[in-house]
Design a binder for this molecule. Structure first.
Ligand SMILES: C[S@@+](CC[C@H](N)C(=O)[O-])C[C@H]1O[C@@H](n2cnc3c(N)ncnc32)[C@H](O)[C@@H]1O
Length: 251
């Protein structure tokens, strides 16, 4: 970390990875009915543009298969199917209610022949080595305590030359913007969420998970550590969200 950087946020209580995973699964299984609405509302609709920016950068060259991890209600998978013809898309998530919501949207969009969903854990991908040209994940990685393991699994599942694309929130590093953003996350967002969902714990968790995620340069380093080449990052909307990319080296 650069010496003049503000210290990364430390969560007030530490829970085991296993407890964290159970908590995440429970949370995403209980907020499904409001998930899309709150996503768009709380990001002032920016989330749609962030996913679109990522999807337009995807490249397909050999298997024409895309794996969308933590697919949730399927927005990345649907956007990718609309943007790239000939693609076969697999969406994976461990929360069954999120996948059920994705399924309804995929059917409504008449994309069921292009997108398959499966319930599974990003830490143990049920696919052979070198199966995908591209792996995406939008707003999923910060929920996964063992990021190194997830990145290694993605690396394994990609063909040589294949691309990793991850969208994730981060906390701004400028003092003032950071203060305002922490206020929004800790005070404003949970109150707002209370109006719309029966599970405000979910939005307390959301705030904590964002504040806990590494700084962009540190996450780029984690991507490199997992064996990816050409790791890079793109700030979106003043740096509250980043797109991260990496490539599996050829040969
Ligand atoms: C914030 S949602 C993002 C959903 C979607 N990608 C989007 O852009 O809206 C995070 C998703 O990650 C899933 N998830 C978290 N940890 C997971 C894991 N280890 N394996 C599979 N899915 C996971 C949750 O169930 C949830 O649906």
């Amino acid at each position: 970390m650069a010496p003049n950087k503000l210290p990364a946020y430390q969560a007030p209580v530490s829970v085991s990875d296993e407890a964290r995973i159970k908590q995440v699964r429970r949370i995403f299984s209980t907020i499904t009915d409001r998930y899309d609405f709150l996503n768009h509302f709380l990001s002032a609709g920016r989330d749609i543009g962030w996913r679109r920016f990522m999807v337009r950068r995807l490249r397909f060259f050999r298997t024409h298969r895309l794996l969308d991890l933590a697919t949730g209600t399927g927005d990345v998978a649907i956007e990718a199917a609309r943007t790239h013809s000939r693609l076969q898309i697999f969406g994976l998530d461990f929360a069954a209610p999120m996948l059920a919501a994705a399924r309804s949207k995929i059917l409504r969009a008449a994309l069921a022949d292009r997108i398959s969903n499966l319930q599974g854990d990003a830490l143990n991908l049920p696919f052979p080595d070198g199966h995908f040209d591209t792996v995406t994940m939008a707003f999923g990685i910060r929920n996964m305590p063992d990021r190194a393991r997830v990145l290694q699994e993605i690396h394994r599942a990609l063909v040589p030359g294949g691309g990793l694309y991850i969208l994730e929130f981060t906390t701004p590093q400028g003092r003032l913007f950071r203060k305002l953003y922490f206020f929004y996350l800790n005070r404003f967002l949970p109150r707002l969420a209370r109006l719309f969902t029966s599970n405000p714990e979910a939005y307390q968790y959301l705030a904590e998970s964002i504040m806990h995620f590494p700084y962009p340069d540190d996450f780029v380093h984690e991507i490199e550590q997992a064996g990816f080449a050409e790791a890079k990052k793109f700030p979106l909307t003043g740096g509250i969200t980043y797109l991260y990319e990496g490539r599996k080296a050829v040969g």
